[in-house]
Design a protein around this ligand. Sequence first.
Ligand code: GDP
Ligand code: ZN
Length: 444
Amino acid sequence: MLYTPDIIAAIATAPGRGGVGVIRISGRQLGEIVAKLIGKPLTPRYAHFARFKAADGSVLDEGIALYFPAPNSFTGEEVLELQGHGGPVVMQMLLSRCLELGARFAEAGEFSKRAFFNGKMDLAQAEAVADLIDAQSAAAAKSALKSLDGAFSREIHVLVDELITLRMLVEATLDFPEEDIDFLEAANAHGKLLELQNQLQRVLGTATQGKLLREGMHVVLIGQPNVGKSSLMNALAGEEIAIVTDIAGTTRDTVRELIQLDGVPAHIIDTAGLRDTTDAVEKIGIERTWAAIAKAELALLLIDSRIGISSNDQAILDKLPPGLPVLRVFNKIDLTGDVPGIVADNEIHVSAKAGIGLNELRNKLLTLVGWHGHDDSVFIARERHLNAIRRAQSHLITAENAYLQIEIFAEELRLAQNALSEITGQFTSDDLLGVIFSRFCIGK
Ligand code: GDP
Ligand code: ZN
C-alpha cells in the first residue's frame, strides 16, 4: 500500500451556511492532531462529542468527531472527520487550526486520488464519486451510484480477463511458430475474438447511454422572434422539470435552460439574438450564441406554421455548422389545423401553446441523440471511457485483419487490453490521472 506522507485537510461540505459543516483530514499518524485539537483519544468509528480547541486552549467550536483508522477509511489512510457548525467563519477557523497542527490544504480531488492510489476504488469508481455529486438528474445520480458500486468496472474486468486469456493463447503460439495457425484454430481464437468484439460493442452501447446521462444533450433553439421558442422551452420542461436555470435573461445574451427528458439532462439554448447587427454588446451576445451552437448536438429550427421557412431562417440555416442535425419544428399548428407529430425525417408539427405533438417531439429528441430509454443497468460514463472502448475496438479490428500474422495479432491484443485498462486506471499515465483528479472539487 502506498502511503503519502503528508496530512491533508479540507472543508468537505459545500461553501456557504448550513446546519452542519464537515472538515475532512487524511494522512498518517493523526494522533497528535487529535490530542491537540480534541484533547482525548478517539475510539475508531465512534461518534464522539468533542470541543475543538485553539492553540491557547479556548474552544473554537463543538460538534462530533469521527476517527477511521487505516486502511478502513475512504482514502485508505487514517481519516478524521470533524462535524462542526456549518458557517463559513467557523469552518475556516477549524480548517486553519488543522493547518496550524501540520495538515496542508488538500488539492482538488486529492482525497479521491489517495483512495485510488491506496486501492480503495479504481479510476472509474473515483470518477463516479464526482459524477454522483455533479449529477443533473435523478437518473444520472442512480447510474453514477451503479458505477461507484463497480458495475462499469466489473464489465471492463470481464473483458480484460477474456483478452488476457486470448493473449495467453496467442503468446503461446509465438513460442511454437511451426504449429501456430492450427493451434489458434483448434482453440477457436477467431471465435473468441469475435465474441470480444460483440461484448465491446454492447459495453460501448451502455456507456454511451451513461455518457448521455452524465453530460446530457445540448440543443439550440433557433428561429425568428415570436415563433414560440420560449413557449416551447417551457412546454418541454413540463412536469419533468426538476432544475430550471435561467442564465442571463437578456435578449442580447444566450438563454439556457436545463430541463429533463426521460431523466436525460437537456440543455436548451435559446438563440433569439441571431441577426446582423452593428451594436457592440449585441455582437458579443451573438458570438456567444454561435459558440453555444458549435457545442450543440442538435438544432431545432422553430417555424411559424402560418408563415413557413422565411429567408431569415434560411440565412441562419446556411450558417450552421455543416454536420449539425437540424429538426424543423413547425409550431402553432393550433392555428392552421395541421396534423401533429413527425411529418418527415427532419420535420415535426407541434403547438407549444396547446401542448400538441410535444411527446412526439420529446421522443424524437431522445432518438436523435441515441437514448434507448430507461434501463436499470446503465452506469455513468464519460467521453474518456467511450474513447478508450473505441480504441480497444479498433485494435481488435486490426488484430482480426492480421489474424495470420501472429506477432501483429498479439501486439494488437496487448494494445486493446491497455486501452481498456485505462478506464479502471490500471494502465493510466500520471499526467492523465493529474488531469482527471484536478477537475474534482476540493474536499472530494
Ligand atoms: P419566442 O419569441 O420565439 O420565444 O416566442 P414566444 O414563446 O415568446 O411566443 C410568442 C407568442 O406566440 C406568444 O404570444 C405565445 O403565446 C404565442 N405562441 C407560442 N406558441 C404558440 C402556439 O403553439 N400556438 C399559438 N396560437 N400561439 C403560440
Ligand atoms: Zn423567447
